[in-house]
Design a protein around this ligand. Sequence first.
Ligand SMILES: Cc1cc2nc3c(=O)[nH]c(=O)nc-3n(C[C@H](O)[C@H](O)[C@H](O)COP(=O)(O)OP(=O)(O)OC[C@H]3O[C@@H](n4cnc5c(N)ncnc54)[C@H](O)[C@@H]3O)c2cc1C
Length: 407
Amino acid sequence: MAEFTMELNDEQKEVRDWLHGFAADVIRPAAAEWDEREETPWPVIQEAAKVGIYSLDFYAQQYFDATGLGIPMAMEELFWGDAGIALSIVGTGLAAVGVLANGTEEQIGTWIPQMYGDANDVKVAAFCSSEPDAGSDVASMRTRAVYDEAKDEWVLNGTKTWATNGGIANVHVVVAVVDPDLGSKGHASFIVPPGTEGLTQGQKFKKHGIRASHTAEVVLDNVRVPGSCLLGGKERLDERLARAREKAKSGDRVKNAAMATFEASRPAVGAMAVGTARAAYEVALDYAKTREQFGRPIIDNQGVAFQLAEMRTQIDAARLLVWRASWMAINGRPFTAAEGSMSKLFASETAKKVTGQAIQILGGNGYTREYPVERMHRDAAIYTIFEGTSEIQKLVIARTLSGVAIR
Ligand SMILES: Cc1cc2nc3c(=O)[nH]c(=O)nc-3n(C[C@H](O)[C@H](O)[C@H](O)COP(=O)(O)OP(=O)(O)OC[C@H]3O[C@@H](n4cnc5c(N)ncnc54)[C@H](O)[C@@H]3O)c2cc1C
């Protein structure tokens, strides 16, 4: 187990500074343009691939950092640059984590490289769990996967929604119902390989924020995938379903595949929120020191200075919660107080609040697109929604603390 320290080591600092340079020099200058275009910023993803930021190697290196701080540090810096572009760069990671969490060694080796492509031909991947009637309520999922034993193929039918990179992805990871009697325990994850017939993009959504990230419906119409595309394999699925049936009889709880993916990624979303909050705070601090009213900089007023003090305090507190959860995860510490959900809840609410305060400090300028804080405020709203809303985080925390199945 890595010894606990409050400081990044030299190697981490080097990576952080390198990422910060990319965020400042490449991502931030492109942010306003891609926000207005509401399109995937392929040239920026390609730049990230060229320098090695958009790659399986980089992601794996940060993911397996023994302190647990590799991913939160990377997320904070990239999202400091711009949330929409950064999500386009890291969105593939959610699908990759889905495969890492549930796939066999062979599946990991086969599919994750195809999710990223290479610097000359970059690809993205999508993780498709949510449906029009199954957002927070994952158990209401309707997309069905039926096994065709004669052909050793799975047949997928249904409609997924709000999928980041949905329809433009090279590889889609799709969560589907294999045993409707087991609720969310009867779900399994499948790879839909590039060019598979029957998978199409439905509506592409126009959004409030993170507009440089593509969000769309994914329609699955008799999509046939080989048996080898079931993540974890058929034997493991059959064992898991048998265990779930037993546990259902005895009333015990078991984790399902999609939940395992969300569990692992929540502190990372908290880190994204910290990045956006920090970016807005820095703009507000600079502005407050230079903007003069009543013959003095506005920061001379306690009303403004105290807001900045609160903003920074909350950002630092959010980062510490994120780092604690990430450290616990890599060291296999049980989340006895749902510390991962805590970190996501606090960081996402902080980002929403802090970016709003930043607009107030910039006054009329803050409200215009001449300054970045209005975009950051629009972007920040997503953190309290995806990967489980704030209300769902509170539900998870309260249930974990109390042992009561609070509804
Ligand atoms: C930009 C964007 C990108 C996304 N990317 C992906 C992706 O890549 N893959 C994917 O699978 N999904 C993705 N999602 C979906 C996202 O995870 C869901 O939107 C989210 O889980 C919430 O589900 P919902 O929108 O159906 O809200 P609902 O579940 O309908 O919730 C609506 C409101 O009711 C509240 N609520 C619901 N149940 C309870 C309860 N029991 N107690 C208290 N309050 C409750 C919620 O907190 C919320 O405030 C994305 C969404 C967006 C907007």
